[in-house]
Design a binder for this molecule. Structure first.
Ligand code: FE
Length: 172
């Protein structure tokens, strides 16, 4: 018995009763154009995880226009992975190129720019808390949190005729 090989044996115990279900989105880059939620002219996002209990969201941001996208402050950290294209912040001299990982620390205020020679930019962002939109002097212009993201998704998916429970798969 003790010499039995258990290396391929699944975990034998129950998951914690309060644990939520995993999420697998495949493919994360959708084939159905209707999955992209319009955010602004030539800007869309694709929800992957909308975490209402921890207050964060994971999404793909797709931009098909050059220039300034937004200026915002992060009270909480952000993690990003550039899948396609490139972008930069007016406040820093680095460029987030295809394949880059970016960490945005709490306290950052920055202005996101997509360069003129980029036709399409796609970045995965995990955003904690809020995106707090400001003018160049830090004055409040608006905000987004996981709940406003969910509202946008719900309105859009209703409009394109997805089933009522479609969005539910991303919410934890
Ligand atoms: Fe940011």
């Amino acid at each position: 018995m003790s010499s039995e090989d258990h290396s391929r044996l699944p975990y034998q115990l129950a998951m914690p009763a309060d644990a939520r279900n995993e999420i697998v989105v495949s493919p994360a880059l959708p084939e159905d154009e209707r999955i992209w939620v319009p955010q602004a002219e030539n800007v869309w996002f694709r929800p992957l995880c909308l975490n209402v209990s921890s207050g964060y969201w994971v999404n793909l941001l797709r931009v098909r226009r050059a220039g300034v996208l937004s200026r915002h402050r992060h009270p909480n950290p952000v993690h990003g992975y550039v899948i396609k294209g490139k972008w930069h912040y007016l406040e820093h001299n680095w460029v987030a190129t295809e394949g880059s990982y970016v960490y945005e620390p709490p306290g950052e205020t920055h202005t996101l720019v997509v360069p003129d020679d980029v036709e399409e930019m796609i970045t995965l962002f995990q955003v904690n808390g809020v995106m707090y939109y400001v003018d160049p002097w830090g004055r409040h212009q608006g905000y987004e949190d996981v709940f406003t993201k969910i509202d946008m998704c719900r309105r859009h998916y209703e409009q394109v005729g997805f089933p009522d429970d479609y969005l539910q798969q991303f919410i934890r």
